[in-house]
Write a protein that binds this ligand. Structure first.
Ligand SMILES: CC(C)(COP(=O)(O)OP(=O)(O)OC[C@H]1O[C@@H](n2cnc3c(N)ncnc32)[C@H](O)[C@@H]1OP(=O)(O)O)[C@@H](O)C(=O)NCCC(=O)NCCS
Length: 284
């Protein structure tokens, strides 16, 4: 089968949204987990829109001889690395080397920079794809779903600092935190979060005596309800940022948080929050 790669065009949006939904749901359903994108396919257009604004010209698709889009992957060129996100192949085209071709394109675009991606440890198809291409895991996260009561979320203070909504003036401090704690730079992502006017995104910072010690971004959309990315100096700060965000951005929903697996104390508290809220819902 003849497959060729090209940059996605504006008119491809709905075909790509359908591909992302079908391809990702296919994996979840094959593993008895139910559809991960139960809303209509259109909701997956969110990814196309966001990355079109962030990285125009870096969304690549694979087409077959008839021009049908059978693969899609978003690339994110950043100061320190090339990010790779949301790799999808249409289920009718699995196992034909399409993902490998898209991955080779990422490596070509990255040049001398490393390629960075997040992949589910449950998904052995993609683990195998990336492993075969020479990728190695360097950090493990556990994802936790936390139901947030509609009337809000309260959590005792652990630090002398305070959490507040981030402002544009916080940009240099957030960039410095990411450089120092994560070793990466991605100015355009931080600018995107801070300049959002849609209300989908929110950013909070933790500060004490005028010094920023952590930040957390969050998205609330039918296709993606997540807390992150973010980073901070201590686990207490992480808990204050997370509880602020749950209360201010996710009331009455169940967002997902990715917790670094080596942060055991943090995981323990979040597991209690999850359990606590499950009990709360059952009592209603
Ligand atoms: C994972 C996925 C992108 C692979 O796409 P693909 O075009 O079928 O992959 P390729 O044909 O290029 O295969 C490349 C390598 O991936 C691995 N792989 C792909 N599918 C696999 C499967 N079902 N089982 C085991 N390994 C698999 C193999 O190592 C394969 O190399 P090989 O053919 O030499 O054995 C595709 O199955 C998919 O879209 N799945 C649903 C969405 C998803 O999980 N996306 C990844 C999220 S990060």
């Amino acid at each position: 089968m003849d497959i060729w790669l090209q940059v996605a065009q504006a008119g491809d949006r709905s075909e790509i949204a359908t591909l992302i939904q079908r391809s990702t749901n296919a994996w979840y359903q094959r593993h008895g987990l139910g559809a991960i994108f139960p809303a209509e396919a259109e909701s997956c257009g969110l990814f196309v829109d966001v990355y079109q604004q962030l990285d125009a010209g870096y969304h690549w698709v694979a087409r077959d001889e008839q021009g049908v889009i059978c693969g899609s992957c978003f690339f994110h060129p950043r100061e320190t690395h090339l990010g790779l996100g949301i790799m999808n192949v249409h289920p009718d085209y699995f196992g034909k080397g399409i993902a490998s071709r898209l991955l080779a394109k990422a490596e070509e675009l990255a040049g001398d920079l490393p390629v960075r991606l997040l992949s589910s440890a449950l998904n052995l198809d993609s683990y195998s794809l990336y492993h075969r291409a020479g990728f190695t895991p360097y950090a493990i996260y556990q994802d936790m779903a936390i139901p947030v009561p509609a009337q809000g979320f309260t959590f005792p203070r652990l630090t002398q600092g305070r959490v507040r909504r981030a402002q544009l003036a916080d940009r240099p401090a957030i960039l410095q935190l990411e450089r120092e704690l994560l070793g990466i730079e991605r100015q355009c992502d931080i600018d995107y979060f801070l300049n959002d006017t849609s209300g989908l995104w929110r950013v909070a910072v933790w500060e004490q005596d005028g010094r920023i010690g952590g930040y957390l971004a969050s998205v609330a959309h039918p296709a993606s309800r997540m807390l992150g990315p973010g980073c901070c100096y201590r686990e207490e700060i992480a808990l204050e940022l997370l509880s602020w965000m749950l209360d201010h951005h996710h009331r009455g929903t169940t967002p997902v948080v990715l917790v670094p697996a080596q942060r055991s104390a943090l995981s323990q508290v979040l597991l209690r929050w999850g359990d606590g809220f499950v009990n709360y819902i059952l009592h209603r």
